[in-house]
Unconditional design. Structure first.
Lengths: 183, 86
């Protein structure tokens, strides 16, 4: 039977070594204060999670019939930051409606503050059409939405939104990046 | 020795002023009822989404927090969403 800790907690003067089992907080949002000698919200590491999410390419006015060889992506959440990685491998663009593309399915809601309106995600796009400028593609996670816009950086100017005609059935997108969440 | 695979909704969280509903689904592999593996999948629902295919527990949360006022607020936000890069 586990030892019962006094309700006023326990002080450790000689550190804590755990040789078996894990440390588990039985109450939500509890964690470890790092870098401070008394508790502070900005120093509290209270969330960590690893998992998967399912990405889908959409037009801003919707879409249908898009098929994938792989759409399962990975994430690791540490505190309020979500790191996402993966490969979105399309075999059929289907029908994508609208003037610009977005990738939906993010695992956590992005922060809604203006300072985080466009959070960039590094990408590498293969098999794209109309790429005559040699510009690179990137994604931008948009505040409070659960998708990322897809941009193309042009040598002659600023980044601009991509359209369905920029992609083809065999487009493959590798991604890696992080964004700040709402909680 | 029996190997079983189960999925369970392990977390339903309501986040932010637009009441996004974040859903964590765990896939649990058990051997003779003892858990030997657990993996996690996440998705997020926004107030304008079709939730007919969601788990009943998730539907209940969505229906509770997505009031007409929340839906209207979200629609206004979406209607005023700037074109990418604008």
């Amino acid at each position: 039977m586990a030892a019962t800790i006094p309700t006023n907690g326990i002080g450790l003067d000689a550190g804590l070594d755990v040789t078996g089992g894990d440390i588990t907080f039985k109450t939500a949002d509890k964690g470890v204060n790092l870098g401070v000698t008394s508790g502070a919200a900005s120093n509290l590491l209270h969330d960590y999670e690893e998992g998967t999410w399912t990405a889908s390419l959409q037009g801003n006015l919707g879409g249908s019939g898009t098929g994938y060889d792989n759409a399962t992506m990975q994430y690791t959440k540490i505190g309020r930051t979500v790191y996402i990685t993966g490969t979105l491998d399309m075999n059929d663009l289907g029908s994508l409606g609208g003037d610009y593309l977005k990738v939906a399915g993010l695992p956590f809601t992005p922060d809604a503050s203006n300072s985080n309106n466009y959070q960039p995600i590094n990408t590498l796009h293969f098999n794209v059409q109309g790429d005559v400028t040699g510009g690179a593609f990137t994604w931008a996670v948009y505040a409070a939405n659960t998708f990322a816009y897809v941009f193309e950086s042009h040598n002659t100017g600023a980044s601009q939104a991509t359209k369905a005609s920029d992609y083809e059935d065999g487009t493959i997108v590798g991604i890696s990046g992080a964004y700040i969440t709402a909680a | 020795m029996a190997i079983t695979k189960e999925t369970e909704i392990s977390k339903v969280e309501v986040v932010g002023e637009y009441k996004h509903v974040q859903v964590r689904t765990d896939t649990v592999i058990k051997e003779d009822d003892k858990e030997i593996s657990r993996s996690v999948h996440r998705h997020v629902l926004t107030p304008d989404e079709d939730i007919s295919s969601q788990d009943d527990e998730v539907k209940a949360v969505c229906n509770a927090v997505w009031t007409d006022a929340v839906k209207a607020k979200w629609k206004t936000y979406q209607d005023n969403l700037p074109t990418p890069g604008a």
